[in-house]
Design a protein around this ligand. Sequence first.
Ligand SMILES: [Mg+2]
Length: 217
Amino acid sequence: MSDDPETARQIEELASDDRPLLILDVDDVVLEFIRPFPRFLEERGFGLTFSSFRLTGNIAERANGRLVDQTEVWALLDEFFEDQAAWQGITEGAAETLSGFAGQAEIVLLTAMPHRHRATRRAHLDALGLPYPLLTTEMAKGPAVAKLRGPHGRPIAFVDDQPPNLVSAREAVADAHLFHLMADNSLREFLPPLPCDINVVQDWHDAAPKIARVLGL
Ligand SMILES: [Mg+2]
């Protein structure tokens, strides 16, 4: 199990809080990614066609069909995240749900992206009226989830669209309540069956009462 020292440092900066904890992924949970990213690619002459739940291998140059390799995908993602304010809106229902929980739970955003994009994402979230603390990680999310919980075993709900992140959280925190939320539910067909202790939710309207119940809000 890995632990990102920069993420650990960011967690140390948070004020201590003993309210129930709600940890949220950002891309395709709080901010739209899979809808705007293909439009961004199109502007640059690329097309995204899913035949599996990953970007590499599914992005091609439109002029000649050449598949984009991993290094180019990273470069495109870098450019997209640099310019995220122009592309990424709020996932439907997220803002109202979170503001409804804000007094009663500690809400923390945990995004798997290079630390160098943290300030850009922070500014964009602030501009969108999402003031919740933002942590970046370049490693597995589970250790960060465990560290965020703190010493007193408070209830945790964790929402992510990437099953490996939920599995990582389960490995680190046995009693975390895990929610799988996808901005585009049609992509579920490309996923293997989820472990049965992960709650599948269709959208924020479905998720909100379920999260409230497990956190006792
Ligand atoms: Mg995500």
